[in-house]
Design a protein around this ligand. Structure first.
Ligand code: LLP
Length: 428
């Protein structure tokens, strides 16, 4: 459920009319709903009532400080994959004790920073990483709490670019080798084994692959305990899918997911960590754009809008479907099949293809739904298009939580070296 609805024929985010935001900040812009963020966090937390579980929001899905702060207020911790994300979590007051650090390529500098801030857990993805953590922790007289991310070799049945749990994926350490790597870890200075970690992919709409992976992890916990390892925590990653096609799309509810978790690992009496990203923010955000032109091709109608692949790359990168709505709800308008495309000079620049929509014209606003996760965070300035601003709605108010940069600010990021400067080079 989300808080984007038509009221009086106009799409609203909570109590704010989308055209009012457009008039104030211009288009395109991302718009997030506080009530939806909070609701999603609570539904997830409630699903695990009675289990020892914590939510470490996966910051990569949407790292705007205002979004992370909203979730921090709900008690969420954070799953981070870079020093930048770690700094974001700390900046909004998430205690280091609620932060887990995942990722296959943590650098020495990042590990050192994380150790010094006292994060709760490193999810280790390779033996060289384990050695480096040991070296950096012991040099500081510290002990790093670690979980080893195992690769369970399970097909997540999601888009191949976001599946992470097969043996051929770069993630984790083969579950077959895990006991041996744990034995090594146990002998290393500066390392304290606390648990085991798994994450098999994103936008999973079937519980079976989760269950297969979690059962494999449960068996592994038994094996490791038999070998004397003190496994008290299991990090089950993120990945639960969300509906992208409105009511036609019914992925498992967090309650069903939680029941499956209990079946798979409940008997182990471990503390559970979850790293949902998309589930929390995906349907809490939309991308609002304005139609620039309607253009009729030989066999296509193109709706050329002011948002593009650089603002939301998911359709072209993952063949993702995002529902598109007219911001002014059409009465009985004629319907037209459009390719909704942006201004970027690439054939891959589309937001939807062959989509039947009410007839739209230049100046009309559209909303690209379910864009709160992996939208703004994956945006670029390709074609020197300014990054899209982000707006957070809270009831009847809204705030710009990231401003659109000016062209001056964008150009100032580049520098012209001395040998290219002439008396005609404008001083900046
Ligand atoms: N934990 C780990 C270790 C992850 O790698 C990820 C996502 C998550 C948690 C959060 O997964 P979620 O709950 O959001 O599914 N850009 C892609 C998705 C990439 C997901 C990367 N890892 C997209 O737009 O679909």
């Amino acid at each position: 459920m989300n808080h984007f609805e038509y009221r009086g024929g106009i799409l609203h985010a909570e109590d704010v009319a989308i055209p009012d935001i457009a008039a104030s900040v211009g288009t395109p812009f991302y718009c997030y709903s506080t009530a939806t963020l909070v609701r999603h966090a609570r539904v997830f937390i409630d699903a695990f009532k009675g289990q020892k579980a914590r939510l470490c929001y996966s910051i990569k899905a949407n790292s705007n400080l205002a979004v992370v702060a909203t979730l921090a207020r709900e008690g969420a911790g954070a799953d981070v994959v870079s020093e930048g994300e770690l700094r974001r979590a700390l900046a909004v007051g998430i205690p280091a004790g609620k932060i887990v650090f995942s990722g296959v390529g943590k650098t020495g500098a990042e590990i050192a920073f994380a150790l010094e801030t006292g994060i709760d857990q490193f999810n280790v993805e390779s033996e060289p990483e384990l050695d480096l953590i040991s070296e950096l922790a012991s040099a500081r007289g510290l002990e790093a709490r670690i979980a080893i991310r195992v690769n369970p070799d399970v097909d997540a049945k999601t888009h191949e670019k976001i599946a992470t749990g097969k043996a051929e994926n770069k993630f984790g350490i083969s579950w077959k080798r895990a006991p041996e790597v744990y034995a090594r870890a146990a002998a290393l200075k500066g390392i304290r084994i606390v648990g085991i970690d798994v994450h098999i992919g994103s936008q999973l709409t079937d519980l079976a692959p989760f269950e297969a992976a979690f059962r494999r992890v449960a068996d592994m916990v038994a094996t490791l305990r038999a070998q004397g390892r003190d496994i008290t925590r299991i990090d089950l990653g993120g990945g639960l899918g969300i509906p992208y096609r409105g009511d036609n799309d019914v992925p498992p509810h967090p309650d069903e997911y939680a029941a499956m978790v209990k079946r798979a690992v409940g008997h182990l009496d471990c503390e559970l960590t979850f790293e949902p990203g998309r589930l929390i923010v995906g349907n809490a955000g939309i991308l609002v754009s304005r139609v620039i032109y309607e253009k009729t091709g030989d066999n296509r109608n193109f709706l050329i809008v002011d948002a593009a692949m650089n603002d939301l790359i998911r359709p072209t990168l993952y063949d993702a479907f995002h529902e598109i709505r007219a911001v002014a709800e059409p009465a009985e308008a004629a319907r037209v099949t459009y390719d909704v495309v942006g201004p970027v000079c690439e054939t891959g620049d589309f937001l939807a293809k062959g989509r039947e929509l009410p007839e739209l014209k230049s100046g009309d606003l559209i909303a690209i739904m379910s864009a709160g996760a992996y939208g703004a965070v994956q945006a670029s300035t390709y074609n020197t298009r300014p990054l899209v601003p982000e707006v957070l709605v809270n009831g009847a108010t809204f705030a710009v939580v990231r401003a659109r940069p000016s062209y001056d600010e964008i150009l100032k990021q580049d520098m012209i070296p001395a040998w290219l400067q002439t008396d005609k080079t404008p001083s900046r």
